[in-house]
Design a protein around this ligand. Sequence first.
Ligand code: 5GP
Ligand code: MG
Length: 458
Amino acid sequence: MCGVIGVFGHKEAAKIAYFGLYALQHRGQESAGIVASNGKVVHEHRALGLVADVFDEAILNQLPGHIAVGHVRYSTTGSTTVKNAQPFCVTHGKQTFALAHNGNLVNAHILRAELEKQGSLFQTTMDSEVIVHLLAKALRKGLIEAIKETMQIIEGAYSIVLLAQNKLIAFRDPYGFRPLALGMLNGGYIVASETCAFDLVQAQYLRDVRPGEILLIDENGLTSYQAVEQERLAHCIFEFIYFARPDSYIFGENVYAFRKRLGFQLAEECTLDTDFVMPFPDSGNYAAIGYAQKAGLPFEMGVIRNHYVGRTFIQPSQSMRDFSVRVKLNPVKEILRGKRVAVVDDSLVRGTTSRTRIRAIKEAGAYEINMLISCPPIKFPCFYGIDFPSRGELIAAKHSVEEIRRYLELDLLHYLSLDGLLKAGQGNRKRFCLACFTGEYPVAVQNALCKEIFEEAS
Ligand code: 5GP
Ligand code: MG
């Protein structure tokens, strides 16, 4: 979970990167950063916090140049310190490099131990720093060759933008775990995690950076190198289910339409006789719309979301039960009283917030509550960048659907089947990474890392 952006050939590249990051804010709220270059001199700024708080006009004016890379971080590896904020900057010889990475490497800890043995000094606890060290080591063979070599060593998920003094480079792992799109902006280029970043700056979506591809953008235009052949694709299906913005195209497809198809499939699998369909907003909205349309049931907003709940929210001094959940979603008694409802949400992770929300709509007067989840039970942790807890905390890893239904105090609980999910995906099974549902990991995970994350929470 992170968002990246790269801009080449715009006189205010940092400002474009800022707008892009603003549109990608949902991909990470911990820190934000932009590094810009005029081809000779490189300037950088990064801090903990939201994009709009980290940057202002004055700061952006201190980031001149026609090339920029930016990053919003949601920490999945490394701790929350400004040191771990990206883009990660290093100077090697006379060149400055700035790298922004989305995804998790699965062999970073092994590579890091190896590099440290050889004398490398690390400044951060991020897996992304390993990539920079490997690049620097191979740089005498030329930048593209160095990236190729690095891509053959690192394993796992990476969608990367790299500023190298007077060039912008984008590269992506051969499985295509995380999205990365290429667009055109007034004759220049823009690369971003999601196309919603293009829309805001009125850039044109061209295509995705291909899995295993290196894209070099400089004053000669665009050059493509296929660095690693792809054996199979492994697009993260959870990007479609939950993470990406519905107005984006990822992996060449619109997220909203995909989520609606999840709702259609739910309706194929589970017919209900209820007064209406409602989502837990916002993540459940699109599958709920799809379900209601297919099932021919009315659609209502039975709970209202407060959009202004920030991270630094002050908690009440006396204990108010479930305060942090209630402050985000509030039931509408007028709509719920005496009604049989079908609640649609995108996923269940721990089950704790859902339990509180379900109690709240029951207290508001709903008398029959059926819940539909637009993905199968999440049973396995993610090693490629989605922030799922360890196996012990995933409710579906240890409990049957019937046990979860009882825990959530529901009248009915239905999860979309894997088959239904794949039908909505309109592709063969090999197109997606489904590891969180099936435990089949497309890229083998090293034992040490595995043990750590598989460890049961006590
Ligand atoms: P639970 O009931 O499992 O505690 O929470 C389920 C809710 O968490 C769903 O509404 C879903 O949209 C949301 N969710 C799913 N994955 C994530 C995630 O990675 N981070 C956050 N913050 N919420 C998530
Ligand atoms: Mg949600």
